[in-house]
Design a protein around this ligand. Structure first.
Ligand code: AMP
Ligand code: ZN
Length: 122
């Protein structure tokens, strides 16, 4: 089961475990998605692997299928959550990595941001 590698000090592991509430967007055996608590855009949610991977810096060949699944989910969930269709609509996909990359939560996550502009940030 993919939650075996949970980090007890990780806020996103706690969200996956239901120990911290979140507004869930999607869940399967490997992946969890939920709304960002401080949205930058009308649509702003995070897609995360259930397994605690700190960042893109730790991703390896064994994670190809997991990352592929997440990438396939992006367009589906974006439309389901209210992003407008490409090309007039669309969304921004962001993964901050490390301190200089602006990463604050060290559990790999993909921001999906979209909806009509102007946005708060980004
Ligand atoms: P990053 O800077 O890429 O690590 O982004 C972390 C994101 O997690 C930020 O956009 C936060 O608003 C978001 N965040 C932090 N805590 C929570 C939470 N409890 N529920 C939902 N989103 C959160
Ligand atoms: Zn974690």
């Amino acid at each position: 089961m993919s939650t075996l590698n949970a980090d007890p000090n990780c806020i996103f592991c706690k969200i996956i475990a239901g120990q911290i509430p979140s507004r869930k967007v999607y869940e399967d055996d490997d992946v969890f998605a939920f709304h960002d608590i401080h949205p930058w855009a009308p649509v702003h949610f995070l897609i995360i692997p259930k397994r605690h991977i700190p960042s893109m810096a730790q991703v390896g060949a064994a994670d190809q299928a997991l990352l592929g699944k997440i990438m396939m989910l992006v367009p589906q969930l974006a439309l389901e959550q209210g992003c407008e269709p490409y090309p007039q609509g669309g969304y921004r996909l962001v993964t901050n990595t490390g301190e200089q990359g602006g990463q604050e939560v060290h559990h790999l996550h993909f921001h999906v941001m979209g909806g009509p502009r102007p946005w708060l940030r980004g």
